[in-house]
Design a protein around this ligand. Structure first.
Ligand SMILES: *Cc1c(COP(=O)(O)O)cnc(C)c1O
Length: 299
């Protein structure tokens, strides 16, 4: 086995007044603690791809991402662990000073190629890369795809997840969400908080990955993006600091901050019937907070 049971994530029980008041139980699956670099859902999403690449004796992996991508850093670190050359095709022109994320990725041995935004959209691999890394194993941007979904479907299997009535997770490509839907029970409600603005293609992206009986067996919320992907305002930052003081759980401003914010709002608005047991998936991503000004967050 490539990835062992040591991955069983810790689960924190939330305790604050509003939960008691509304008679709701809630727990957080701390995927952020699974690994310091390959944190959160990325480990789960990547494991099947890496496994397949190793099985096919691939010596290099090429993938795509933005300059702050958790997927890029996770891929770089995993490839290093398994002795595979990693190549990152990065969205946008090469800046004078690269982001902390990309610097970290190069420290893990990733070779970066910057592609201007318009060209990047086509997700084509430049010919010279094909020549340099012939037969490289290719992983989609964000790890989107069937194997990513398959890997993510082991998250709930590692937890005692049957008791939960609701499962909430942050959503980017929808791959993790698809894995959660696929591995949940029919009576469990799986709810995704989209980190992007009006990304209505998500529904199809998720339905494309799950099996027939699970199509549309989920709900996506599009009202908690705070202006769009990686956008934030002082309300979100205040909330994340408050949430940390209340729960001792750090969050990131791109995904999990918005997830916990949405959960709090839903709790206030009585979206969960009394007696509900809500599982929140902490999908990691804390390294992304390094791009915030020092002192913004208290953790
Ligand atoms: C990548 C990421 C997500 C989104 O996962 P998808 O499977 O692409 O939907 C959510 N949370 C964090 C912290 C991430 O890094």
């Amino acid at each position: 086995m490539l990835f062992t049971e040591k991955l069983r994530p810790r689960v924190d029980i939330l305790q604050f007044a509003l939960l008691n008041q509304k008679n709701i139980e809630s727990e957080v699956a701390r995927l952020d603690l699974v690994d310091p670099v390959v944190s959160g859902n990325k480990w789960f999403k990547l494991k099947e791809y890496i496994g397949e690449a190793l099985k096919e004796n691939k010596t290099s992996i090429v993938t795509f991402g933005g300059p702050f991508s958790n997927h890029i850093i996770a891929t770089a670190a995993l490839c290093k662990t398994f002795g595979i050359t990693s190549v990152g095709i990065i969205r946008g022109e090469q800046p004078k000073i690269i982001s902390a994320t990309l610097k970290h990725a190069t420290e893990q041995g990733m070779i970066l190629f910057f592609v201007e935004r318009e060209k990047y959209k086509s997700k084509e691999i430049p010919q010279f890369l094909h020549n340099k890394y012939p037969g490289a194993y290719i992983i989609n941007e964000g790890g989107y795809g069937f194997l990513g979904m398959k890997g993510a479907s082991s998250i709930l299997r590692l937890l005692s997840s049957k008791k939960y009535t609701h499962i909430l997770s942050a959503v980017g490509t929808g791959t993790t969400m698809a894995g959660l839907v696929e591995s949940s029970d029919i009576q469990q409600k799986v709810i995704g908080i989209s980190s992007m603005k009006n990304n209505f293609a998500l529904e199809n992206q998720i339905n494309h990955l799950v099996s027939k009986e699970n199509k549309n067996r989920f709900q996506l919320l599009h009202d908690y993006h705070f202006g769009g992907y990686a956008k934030f305002n002082s309300d979100l930052i205040h909330f994340m600091n408050d949430w940390y003081l209340t729960t001792n759980i750090p969050s990131d401003f791109v995904y999990t901050g918005k997830l916990f914010f949405a959960f709090s709002k839903m709790l206030e608005e009585d979206d969960f019937p009394p007696g509900s047991k809500v599982l929140l998936i902490h999908s990691g991503g804390l390294q992304g907070n390094n791009s915030l000004k020092n002192g913004t967050l208290i953790f």
